[in-house]
Design a protein around this ligand. Structure first.
Ligand SMILES: [Zn+2]
Length: 254
């Protein structure tokens, strides 16, 4: 018994010494998360993504670099996010994880849209007009007016909603230029409305996802078919990741 106590004290002391300084790299962070109960993850990758703080698929966990400096409570929340069995557990973990401010240095700069198109200003004016129109028609005018921009760099994504961050970046909606060109204006407006449902989720404190609240609202605003189309996305893996991704954005896949 004495021996057991002694070795236990030794163990704790070792832990204490070890945890005196924050983890310095991916390996050390993974080790620490394991001590906090992380299971089933064999690889941890550090990222510097602007919008995604934590995501995992299969045995790989991706964590924004800024979390190397996170306090124990936040790191434990990452474990809970991965290990959580219920939606409520995950949501609570998300809340804690997002309380940790990730310095701008750890987040890649926002991609600016590619070459400006002379048609852009007209398109953007139209999109802003429809944002106002849909806001009144489907959301009782409660959504805030947010910047809409066009991107020439979106490949499989048709549009994207990015929430405001605790670091002062504003929320925005991005629509793919290629999407407008290839699928036409009516489809682009569907995408706008889809992203507005995410905006509505964010602004009413709901998780940004494609879960039951999304489906119900999408149906109410008349874009249920689009939500179904998204579920049939050619890359089902991307959808799984999206659901396990804790981030500040939601994208509509083609
Ligand atoms: Zn979406």
């Amino acid at each position: 018994m004495k021996k057991f106590v002694a070795s236990r004290i030794n163990q704790l002391l070792q832990l204490f010494l070890e945890f005196d300084s924050p983890p310095g790299n991916a390996e050390q962070l993974l080790h620490r998360l394991r001590v906090y109960g992380l299971k089933g993850i064999t690889k941890l990758r550090l990222t510097s993504n602007r919008a995604v703080m934590v995501s995992f698929s299969g045995a790989e966990l991706r964590v924004n670099k800024g979390y190397l400096e996170a306090p124990e409570g936040v790191l434990r929340a990452i474990v809970q996010f991965v290990q959580g069995r219920t939606r409520a557990e995950r949501r609570e973990a998300q809340r804690v994880i997002l309380t940790h401010p990730v310095a701008a240095a750890h987040r890649a700069p926002v991609r600016r849209p590619g070459r400006a198109d002379p048609q852009d200003s007209v398109t953007l004016r139209e999109l802003a007009h429809w944002h106002q129109e849909y806001n009144l028609r489907h959301f009782g005018g409660i959504l805030s007016e947010i910047p809409i921009r066009l991107s020439g760099r979106m490949r499989s994504r048709l549009g994207q909603y990015t929430t405001a961050t605790p670091y002062g970046e504003r929320a925005e909606i991005t629509i793919s230029r290629t999407h407008i060109r290839k699928h036409g204006w009516a489809e682009a407006l569907h995408t706008l409305l889809h992203e507005m449902v995410h905006q509505w989720q964010a602004e009413t404190g709901l998780p940004i996802d494609h879960g039951p609240t999304f489906r119900a609202k999408a149906q109410a605003v008349g874009i249920a078919a689009q939500a179904r189309r998204e579920l049939r996305a050619p890359a089902p893996a991307a959808l799984v990741v999206a659901q396990q991704e804790l981030g500040l954005r939601a994208a509509r896949q083609s």
